[in-house]
Design a protein around this ligand. Structure first.
Ligand code: B12
Ligand code: SF4
Length: 465
């Protein structure tokens, strides 16, 4: 288990000078600036709550702090980047597709000032050649699997252009993030309160639009329940209270049922609440939601995606059985657990009827927190290769699942967007809210629904293009 918890003095750059003076014979530690770039526009997910804690970047910092002086800069919470990067030897930047243009701006600026620039995260993993044009080095995949080589090369100044994890480390060998790196509680308060936690990585389902199978293949790795519970207790000790809210960052927590059942059993009595992405087929067994509730589950995130069997087939989501949707919802709701249901629009199989089917399903089943997304072909996925000749642009700022970037086969973009907005307005109308939301659900779900009600009133088709 990690010894995370103590921060070497040199994580504080302002204290570094005195440390360097004392240890005058040793060569000074190289300094890393770790950057989370801002998103181009306020994402809906961030308009309704504060930005989520940057777990990927924290994992990098957790490893780096043992050998280097690290400073975190998260533009999403208002941190300002220096104009002059000369205080740092390495500028390491995380990027998803939606913020990669900003990441490249920062990388170009740091490169122009002669800094070593390392790009990592989902987008550089999917398009390493593109990322290479802006950086000294690109890390493909998770940092833990390449760290030893990368760190040694930084020390010797022999950085290679690409580091690719040849084999993935067992998750039991990966230490959890050191949250003391956030330094002050005040900094932590600028993030959403849910604490990110990882139980598993990967997903065997293999949907064609998803990046996960490209990053991890169909490998599915789990930590042990003991590891996860020890991490929960680490947070309880750090925060000085038992009652905490966690968010599992897992792609799909349920791909190995013996693991997840044991985990839920062991979590009973910890006095925490949590949410997680979960496959709907796993919830067909009614004892699972019951176990989840006893373990503190407050909300499950379920990718229903579509009510059309053709669409489910097209995206390769073999875990979804449309005939079972209603049963799954009933099983979850019977336990008082709320559902965040994801629905995707704009695939080639979609027609105007898809919107009505989704509306009927949501209202009939009183889905607590529906999330609508526009089908976005992310580079590196099989579906991206298929759609590529039809893409209207690759302005990555707009690859945020709230922009239409190609015209689907059976709907022109105007009809797609008109129906999309209509669905938003109806599902989030006051009538829709009264019908769907049972008032015993957590306050934040009600508030988020009210927030989206107002957001939906102002929607215009142009903002989705
Ligand atoms: C949990 C999750 C969320 C959560 C939390 C997000 C967060 N802040 O972390 C929520 C629900 C908020 C969310 C929102 C969104 N998400 Co999301 N999300 C995920 C999910 C399932 C796990 C992410 C995670 O935390 N993994 C665990 C951490 C430890 O891993 P990591 O971040 O990848 O970091 C590791 C490596 O990438 C690498 N690394 C990362 N950064 C760096 C930097 C350097 C310098 C180096 C060397 C290495 C390195 O090392 C890290 C440690 O191993 C992923 C799927 C996936 N497997 O990536 C989708 C995923 C990242 N999300 C995706 C999308 C599209 C979104 C949204 C745009 C969608 C929306 N509905 O609005 C928003 C964008 C939010 C934002 N601000 O960027 C896509 C991104 C596709 C892309 N190409 O960019 C993914 C890949 C899912 C998919 N459809 O394929 N998401
Ligand atoms: S089930 Fe979810 S995580 Fe798994 S491949 Fe499909 S979209 Fe990705």
């Amino acid at each position: 288990m990690s010894t995370a918890g103590t921060i070497p003095n040199d994580t504080y750059p302002d204290r570094q000078a005195s440390v360097d003076r004392v240890v005058s014979t040793a060569s000074p530690r190289k300094r890393w600036l770790l950057v989370h770039p801002r998103n181009p526009a306020r994402l809906l997910v961030e308009a309704l709550s504060k930005p989520s804690l940057p777990l990927g970047l924290l994992m990098v910092a957790t490893l780096a702090q043992h050998q280097f002086a690290v400073t975190l800069c998260d533009e999403r919470i208002g941190d300002t980047l220096p104009e002059d990067f000369s205080a740092y030897d390495v500028v390491a930047i995380t990027a998803r597709t939606v913020n990669v243009t900003r990441a490249y701006q920062i990388a170009d600026q740091a490169m122009a000032q002669g800094r070593r620039v390392i790009l990592g995260g989902i987008h550089p993993t999917m398009l390493p050649e593109e990322a290479r044009q802006h950086a000294s080095t690109v890390v493909i995949g998770e940092i833990e699997s390449v760290w030893d080589d990368l760190a040694a090369d930084v020390q010797r100044d022999t950085l290679q252009p690409i580091y690719r994890a040849e084999s993935l480390k067992p998750l039991t060998d990966i230490q959890h993030a050191d949250f003391d790196l956030l330094r002050r509680p005040i900094r932590q308060r600028r993030y959403a309160s849910r604490i990110p936690l990882v139980g598993t990585k990967g997903c065997p389902v293999g949907c064609t639009f998803c990046c996960t199978p490209q990053i991890y293949g169909k490998t599915y790795r789990t930590r042990t329940p003991e590891h996860i519970i020890a991490e929960i207790r680490y947070h309880q000790a750090r925060m000085g209270r038992q009652k905490l809210h966690f968010s599992f960052m897992d792609d799909n927590i349920s791909a190995r049922s013996e693991f997840v059942e044991e985990l839920f059993e062991r979590m009973i009595g910890l006095n925490v609440t949590w949410n997680a992405n979960i496959s709907m087929n796993f919830l067909q067994k009614s004892h699972i939601p019951e176990l989840a509730r006893r373990a503190g589950c407050e909300l499950l995130n379920i990718g229903f995606e579509s009510l059309d069997p053709e669409t489910i087939k097209q995206v390769g989501k073999g875990s979804n059985r449309i005939g079972m949707y209603d049963t799954v919802v009933a099983n979850v709701h019977r336990q008082g657990i709320a559902i965040q249901g994801y629905f995707i629009f704009g695939l080639d199989t979609d027609t105007e009827a898809s919107f009505q089917q989704t509306y009927d399903f949501i209202m009939r089943n009183r889905i607590d927190m529906p999330v609508f997304t526009l089908a976005t072909p992310f580079p590196g996925t099989p579906w991206y290769d298929e759609i590529k000749p039809r893409l209207q642009h690759t302005d990555w700022d707009k690859y945020d699942v709230q922009h239409s970037v190609y015209a689907p086969a059976n709907l022109d973009q105007e009809r797609l967007l008109t129906n999309y907005i209509k669905l938003y307005r109806e599902v989030f109308s006051w009538r829709g809210l009264r019908h769907r939301i049972s008032w015993d659900k957590p306050a934040w779900i009600k508030l988020a629904n009210v927030g989206i009600h107002f957001f939906a009133q102002g929607l215009k088709p142009q903002q989705f293009i």
